[in-house]
Design a protein around this ligand. Sequence first.
Ligand code: PMP
Length: 427
Amino acid sequence: LTAADVALLRAEFPYFAAQDALDHAPAYLDAAATSQRPLRVLDAERTFLESSYAAVHRGTSVAVGSATEAFEGARSAVARFVGAAAPEQIVWAENATDALNLVALGMGEATAGLGVAGSERFRLEAGDEILITEAEHHANLIPWQRLAQRTGATLRHIPVRPDGTWTLDDTREALTERTRVFAFAHVSNVTGLLAPVAELVELARAVGAVTVLDACQSVPHLPVDFGALGVDFAAFSGHKMLGPNGIGVLYGRPEMLAALPPARTGGSAITKVTMESAQFMPAPHRFEPGTQPVSQAVGLAAAVSFLEEIGMDRVAAREHELVERLVAGILDAPGLQLLGPADTSRRVALAAVSVAGVHAHDVGQYLDEQGVLVRVGHHCAQPLHRALGITSSTRASVHVTTTEDEVDRFVDALRGAQRYFGADVTA
Ligand code: PMP
């Protein structure tokens, strides 16, 4: 993408169009936390709400039929986008956190004997192991902690190396015959580390472990084909991929979704209910009791079409250029510790730094004053920060609308913060 292409793309985002009209437009470098939305996403939701909104999957009216068509059409669009063979492999959730919880809680239900046909495969017992990495977002850590506590299984983790990375070899060492679940991020939200998913899935499958991929930071930035990667489950959020918030996705292989018990129950996910018991619908509806995020699904489909029009290969290539510039700028500045791989071929869409001698919140406040919008703190990855010997960091993240100038302003502002706070820049 050329600078002119990026300018045209930015013009499609009301947020950037308004900012770009200002003299001192802020640099929005927080897409990893949440992304801005193009007009067509906002319009898709609004138009749907204004003209087609009705109680999806409830009733027989023509209006309900067309709203249901839009809702299910969105499911098909998302399925195609992530390489699911069928729309039934896409379950709507509130966000990625919710989607990951659906899997962990579902396994808890299976262990409690509250299963559906085939749920035995998810039953855990003392001695069974759940494997994650030390780099996980809390959303892919705490649900597994709770599952382990509930079932007596042991939660184990792959420790990170001094640069925050972990490898296939580390995984080979950590997997055992007792590993029943292996959950990991496709791309870390702190180190940007890209995991070799297909190879990891192969290792996990060899010991019979179910794989759960946190794809929050990959689906918005890379061409992702869950079918080809072979993962059993994957989770991501609409609001990080130029889509609405209030919607997330759980992807599952058909035989996995067929056997996973519903963690939440209620209306419209059932076939037959008596005063004593309920029978559940097949996936995906079994996991979608209650009124669903309908306009958000329609908005998410619009975000998918926006990304598809650009082409995810081009999105990835553009973001890669930006990340190379970001990492080079950080490595060039004394006193800045880059978290994660310096090799940018292993890194996607973001870079976090620790500024020697300056607390991340001070850095964040200084950057904010300079109009550089980033995320500071532990980014919901406390164990990873602890392993790296720090409590917090400052993260810049890009999307396809990010400019070189914004990246440069981040690096300049970090240097400014070092001067302002009298940081040691000899290291
Ligand atoms: N996993 C990763 C890697 C993330 O970056 C995030 C969002 N920061 C989440 C999970 C949770 O996403 P959400 O807040 O949308 O549920």
